[in-house]
Design a protein around this ligand. Structure first.
Ligand code: ADP
Ligand code: MG
Length: 386
């Protein structure tokens, strides 16, 4: 049994975004130092970290130097190149392992890893060549979604195909990269489960969250998802299976579609904490970020108990269209907490922060978080009711 990495040690994070920021906040609260490695400076995570190393992920000597100075390396950005994770791994344990990063950053490898673990996935086919494209669309049927295999996020790199005749143009529009074609799932709801596995193989799973997307970007998360108990059990079983099959040490999140017949289908997996788990900071005994700290440090996992119903609303750059949002008005709503990521350029569609609301029921939490976001946007509450 490896000794745990204890507070006072320095933890290394590859990536400087908001997931790294919230990891760093959790780690610092527990008394760790954090060094962030990112190609940019003044990053959301770097602002909170003890030290920020600025270098490209391809600068493997810089990666090795960074890893030499930390007790463990984790990541918050899933497109870190495999060679970067391998170079870090020469000097410090990388948790979760680079192999998980490698599998989940490419949709073909991700689907293969899911199928190999025996979990249900949406009907799909791989496209590498022009010949594959026609065959893939025939196999999968229409309507379908063509998704780039690499670098997709928040719906980027996805084109919907209504008929086989549209396939060629859709592939051209994406620049003819490696893709997967998926059948459009006529899901009833989208849910996610965040789970962790410790160095000793112990597991900790949060109950499912319900996710609502707008323009393919997560907009709202509700906790708990109101689901029949057998669906909750199936969702947890899928995540347990993946954590064990992949021998994860760390936190993952599994996005799933709930089909009208009650079956669950896995959409995709994040090898790290997830936007839908942000409300665990305010609503759960141990947040997904503290859980990541505990898991990668080889500590006992924390309690995933929900202390209260909650709802999370993302704050995109669009909210800044007119002016700085009215935070005082948002914070006047009871039970609301504000999380901003320290980004100074509010571009449309960019995740700038989120609001969480807690309340006695999930319906009340949802109403509160929406009321707070509307107030922040300076939209009179009666607008939209006319
Ligand atoms: P991203 O990496 O952008 O999160 P996803 O594959 O999760 O990519 O797609 C984003 C959203 O688009 C999903 O949460 C879902 O709402 C919708 N979507 C993606 N794939 C499908 C599908 N096969 N059928 C129906 N909806 C889908
Ligand atoms: Mg997704």
């Amino acid at each position: 049994m490896t000794a745990p990495i204890l507070p006072g040690a320095t933890l290394g994070v590859l990536g400087g975004g908001q997931l790294g920021r919230m990891f760093t906040l959790a780690a610092r609260r527990m008394g760790y130092r954090v060094t962030v490695f990112a190609p940019e400076d003044d990053t959301p995570a770097g602002q909170i970290a003890y030290e920020e190393v600025r270098a490209p992920y391809e600068d493997l000597d810089a990666v090795r130097r960074f890893a030499s100075d930390v007790a463990v390396v984790t990541f918050e950005f899933e497109n870190v190149p495999a060679a970067t994770a391998a170079a870090a791994g020469e000097r410090a344990p990388v948790r979760p392992a680079g192999s998980l990063l490698h599998a989940t950053q490419h949709r073909r490898r991700e689907k293969q890893a899911l199928v190999a673990a025996g979990v249900p996935v949406v009907r799909h086919a791989v496209v590498e060549t022009e010949a594959d494209l026609a065959a893939a669309v025939r196999t999968v049927g229409t309507p379908g979604i063509l998704k780039t295999a690499a670098w997709g996020y928040d719906g980027k790199g996805q084109v919907r195909i209504e008929s086989a005749a549209e396939a060629e143009a859709a592939w051209d529009a994406l620049g003819r990269p490696s893709c997967v074609v998926e059948a459009v799932a006529a899901f009833e709801r989208e849910i996610s489960v965040v789970g962790a596995r410790g160095l000793d193989g112990s597991l900790a799973l949060y109950d499912p969250f319900e996710n609502l997307h707008v323009d393919h970007i997560l907009d709202l998360t509700l906790s708990p998802a109101e689901l029949p108990p057998p669906v909750v059990a199936d969702a947890r079983e899928i995540v347990r299976t993946l954590l064990e099959a992949w021998e994860v040490v760390g936190v993952i999140c599994v996005e799933m579609f709930l089909m009208p017949d009650g079956d669950l289908v896995v959409n995709e997996v994040a090898p790290r904490p997830h936007n839908s788990g942000h409300l665990t900071i305010d609503a759960h005994a141990c947040s997904q970020f503290e859980q990541q700290v505990r898991a990668v440090c080889g500590l006992p996992l924390g309690s995933t108990e929900a202390l209260t119903p909650a709802a999370m609303a993302n704050l995109l750059g669009d909210l800044w269209a007119e002016d700085q949002p009215d935070w005082a008005a948002a914070l006047a709503v009871p039970g609301v907490a504000l999380h901003l990521y320290g980004k100074d350029e509010p571009r449309p569609g960019r995740k700038m922060g989120h609001l969480t609301a807690v309340a006695p029921t999930v319906g009340d939490a949802r109403a509160r978080v929406l009321r707070a976001r509307t107030a922040a946007a300076r939209i009179p509450e009666t607008a939209g009711m006319a």
